[in-house]
Ligand binder design. Structure first.
Ligand code: GLU
Length: 897
């Protein structure tokens, strides 16, 4: 006896009731529901009694309820429809047997002893309203299937005064063809939809919506069904439509995962369902809300019953349909449930005063290419709370790099990673040096993380094979051999799909590494090289114009007519030195800096001469300087100037070309669309064994030895040409890209590392490191200056145009001076000799314009002939009657001489 008392006390203290009670289920024989019911009942020491009700038959429902009461159940769980549930509820209310519901029920007042742990309809409606507000929709269409669906939208419909709402019922034709209804919707200009339908039809409706073009980038959907996540979403993942839904179940919860496994096992054991079905439930994300709610309802009810049983004397039910008793404990359990809080599979279960579950949590989920992910959470008090993404968390400082340890993989590629040259034996990270090693050290210092370097011996950065598997360092990140990868690792779109990169720490592009071209033999006309052809032509033109100007101005300027016999005060004739021949001679003499004995006298001719001398000074100096530059530069004999010429001439010149095997450079040619680049790729691909190099240094060696052009990234070319002076970069960059630090996809450290890289860039640290490893260490700067010398270029009109314009300006000014001088002279003579100015001017002009002879009679002298008489006189006659008894030889010639 004493033993029995002791045993009972122990059981009591363990919250285990000695007596066992029955619990009933009325369902449509759903194996998931039944398994969940069994599992939860047994965990609460309840004995499950299950009754099936396949069709809508209230009378039968009543009979089943009565038979369960006869079995002395302390509660009945009903998963059947409302028509079947109502009679069960009335008999349970009458007998005060708690009835449990797990389905949507919009009857807002509850009497008797029934509870429903499905979210309370007004609360759920409020959640939908909050989601619409969260997405900031101002117009949308409600697509609903039946009246129950429309009543779910009641709260949303109340917002009709704020939003432009359209309501459309989805009517299935020929079974499950919703296309006609969907097409009507598609024709409207609405792009946002709230879709309410049964879970069994959801997939079909979405498929048909996709067929008629409603599931595209333009459209957004909110799916109200809480089982949305259980359908096959694969076909809609890539649609770019914004599809959001809500769920109560958290597929990451361990409790839920275990429960799904238990259900699968139970179903398999008890109901001998085939393995396939069992596996379906094993996937926690395919677990329906109803299954979890059944378990939660039983757990919730069972917990209350156990508590009551433990705290007070518990009676077995004695209220049957055949008698008029009520079960007193029923109301006690019901009231107790309203005060109870249980942590269930669907979150915290607690009821309000009326027995509704109005406080619950929901996840707002969105469909993306990667699958379903939670964007926000909802509850009655706080409404929608945006879920922080890993990036947001980094920004909020939740993911700090402080004190983390990373395995950093790198390759021994100059100058990114190299083995330290040291007499002592070095260990760990100390064994390595180089740009990448220093960069990680700087990042570590900045962000406070630790690191250990490991080396990828084959120097493979990583390529994707035909099965989508990644090799090299990218593969090492995916297989978690390393956390970070750094070397000359190019950021490519293909790699970005597999891993994440920080912001680029170096920018570069593909170019050609080739031998420095040899000196070309000098050109026969190399003396002409300093000036471009147009300069030579303009120079010749200027020479011609200036010579002619001198000739014309010489004639027009009175001062250029000089006394041939300075010892005679009043000569009969004046002579002019600027014959055509002399003018050209004077100009060429000045141009070649030799001078002539001809010296201009008049202002105008002196001005032209001065300007011409200035012109020649500048031109000769420019020519001399540029000639010196031409002589100093080696005229390289370049076999090709760019990638296109290489592609065109390579075969003819016997030049081979290649790139690093399995590198980003080769992939650039593979993916390029241009015809030439495709030809290059095919050449490299089909001669892979000959022209493709395992690593960059092999390509560099070969470029030095043979007629071999190596496609390489510009930063690496820059490094090599500083050390191997017989190599150079040919042509510009074929593309633009960068090197980044790689890490596993969706890494939470990406933002912090990228920010740190940018900081190092902004403070000039990365530039310092580049200078150190490119120009200073390991033979850097040896060939500095070699490649910097610019090729001498012929001067063109742009270079010397100014001086031509100065000459033109000077000549025009001289023309003005000529006329000024002539007018002043004529004016002076006319006043002196009291002759008509106009007539004298006419006579002078006439003489000048004849361009005959270089001897001019001094016509206005006293005692000489009047101008009228003089006009009548033949000039030759005058010459043939010399005043002084002889004639200077020059008077014989024509001005052209
Ligand atoms: N940086 C290249 C890569 O990440 C390797 C060198 C190259 O292909 O030129 O694959």
């Amino acid at each position: 006896m004493l033993f029995l008392v002791f045993f009972y006390t122990i059981l009591h203290s363990l919250n285990v009731s000695f007596a066992q009670y029955n619990i009933g289920l009325i369902d449509e024989v759903d194996y998931d529901v039944r398994s969940a019911f069994d599992i939860a009942s047994q965990s609460k020491l309840l004995i499950p009694h299950k009754e099936a009700l396949f069709s809508t038959d209230p009378y039968r429902a009543l009979q089943i309820a009565c038979s369960l009461l006869d079995s002395k159940v302390i509660g009945i769980l009903v998963t059947s429809n409302r028509e079947n549930t109502d009679p069960v509820q009335s008999i349970c209310d009458l007998k005060e047997i708690p009835m449990l519901e797990v389905r949507w029920n919009d009857r807002l007042s509850r009497g008797g002893t029934s509870i429903n742990i499905y979210p309370h309809p007004p609360s759920l409606s409020k959640a939908y309203v909050d989601i619409i507000k969260f997405w900031k929709w101002d117009e949308f269409t409600i697509l609903y299937e039946d009246n129950e669906g429309l009543s779910r939208m009641s709260e949303i419909l109340k917002m009709g005064h704020i939003y432009n709402i359209m309501v459309k019922q989805l009517i299935a034709e020929e079974g499950s063809n919703y296309r006609a209804s969907l097409k009507e919707v598609w024709k409207s200009d609405h792009i946002n939809f709230v879709l309410d339908c049964r879970i069994d039809n959801l997939e079909t409706i979405l498929e048909q919506a996709q067929q008629i073009g409603l599931i595209t980038k333009t459209y957004s959907f909110i799916i109200t069904n809480l089982d949305f996540h259980t359908i096959d979403l694969e076909p809609f993942k890539y649609s770019e439509a914004k599809i959001t839904g809500v769920r109560m179940l958290n597929p990451e919860s361990e409790k839920l995962i275990r429960f799904a496994e238990d259900v699968a096992e139970k179903k398999h054991e008890t109901y001998r369902s085939n393995q396939q079905e069992a596996e379906n439930v094993l996937a926690v994300d395919k677990l329906r809300l109803e299954t979890a709610l059944v378990a939660d309802a039983v757990t919730f009810f069972g917990s209350a019953a156990l508590e009551i049983d433990n705290s007070t004397t518990f009676y077995q039910p004695n209220a049957f349909c055949s008698n008029s008793y009520t079960w007193k404990m029923g109301m006690t359990i019901y009231n107790y449930m309203k005060t109870l809080t249980v942590d269930g599979l669907t979150g915290t279960i607690k009821l309000d005063n009326e027995g509704f579950r109005s406080d619950f949590n929901l996840d707002l989920i969105e469909l993306a290419e990667e699958g379903v992910f939670t964007v926000a959470t909802w509850n009655m008090t706080d409404g929608i709370q945006k879920k922080l993404s890993p990036i947001d968390k980094v920004i909020n400082g939740e993911y700090s790099l402080q004190n983390r340890s990373f395995i950093v993989i790198t390759t021994l590629t100059y100058p990114y990673g190299m083995l330290k040259e040291s007499q002592e034996s070095l260990k760990g990270n100390d064994r390595f040096e180089g740009f990448a090693i220093d960069l990680i050290r700087e990042l570590g210092k900045l962000e406070g993380f630790n690191y250990t370097f490991i080396i990828r011996e084959d120097k493979a950065n990583g390529v994707k094979d035909e099965h989508g598997k990644w090799s090299g360092m990218i593969g090492d990140l995916i297989t978690e051999k390393a956390d970070l990868a750094i070397t000359d690792l190019t950021i490519t779109s293909e790699r970005e799909e597999a891993v994440d990169f920080t912001s680029p720490f170096m920018n570069l592009g593909i170019s050609i590494l080739y031998r420095k071209p040899s000196k070309a033999p000098p050109n026969f006309f190399s003396f002409a090289a300093p000036f471009a052809i147009e300069v030579w032509l303009t120079l010749a033109g200027a020479y011609f114009i200036v010579s002619i100007s001198l000739f014309v101005m010489g004639r027009l300027c009175p001062s250029e007519w000089t006394n041939p016999y300075p010892c005679i005060d009043s000569p009969e004739f004046l002579i002019n030195q600027f014959s055509l021949r002399n003018s050209f001679w004077f100009a060429i003499g000045s141009l070649l800096q030799q001078g002539t004995e001809i010296a201009p006298i008049a202002y105008a001719t002196r001005m032209v001469a001065g300007i011409w001398w200035f012109f020649t000074l500048i031109m000769v100096s420019s020519y001399t300087a540029n000639l010196a530059a031409f002589l100093a530069t080696e005229n390289p004999d370049i076999p090709f100037n760019n990638v296109y010429e290489l592609n065109e001439r390579a075969a003819r010149l016997g030049i081979k070309f290649g790139a690093k095997k399995n590198g980003a450079t080769l992939n650039f040619f593979r993916d390029a669309t241009s015809k030439e680049f495709q030809q290059i790729y095919h050449y490299m691909h089909s001669n892979e064994d000959d022209v493709m190099m395992k690593e960059n240094s092999d390509g560099v060696d070969r470029a030095e030895r043979e007629l071999y052009a190596f496609f390489m990234e510009s930063s690496s070319i820059e490094y090599e040409v500083q050390r191997r002076c017989n190599l150079t970069q040919i042509g510009g960059l074929l593309d633009e890209k960068g090197y980044g630090i790689a890490m596993r996809k969706n890494s939470i450290y990406r933002h912090a590392l990228s920010t740190a890289v940018l900081k190092l860039q902004e403070t000039g640290k990365i530039q310092d490191l580049k200078r150190k490893w490119w120009e200073e260490r390991r033979g850097g700067g040896q060939c500095m200056g070699d490649g910097d010398r610019e090729d001498a270029k012929p001067l063109n009109l742009k270079n010397v145009g100014g001086v031509f314009w100065v000459t033109v300006g000077g000549t025009l000014a001289a023309v003005v001076l000529v006329f000024l001088e002539m007018i002043l002279h004529v004016m002076k003579v006319s006043i002196q000799h009291k002759v008509s100015f106009v007539q004298l001017l006419k006579e002078e002009m006439k003489f000048y314009m004849q361009f005959k002879g270089l001897v001019k009679p001094v016509t206005t002298r006293k005692g000489s002939k009047s101008p009228e008489e003089s006009e009548k006189t033949n000039e030759h006659e005058r010459i043939e009657q010399p005043t002084y008894g002889f004639l200077p030889a020059i008077t014989k010639g024509s001005p052209i001489d």
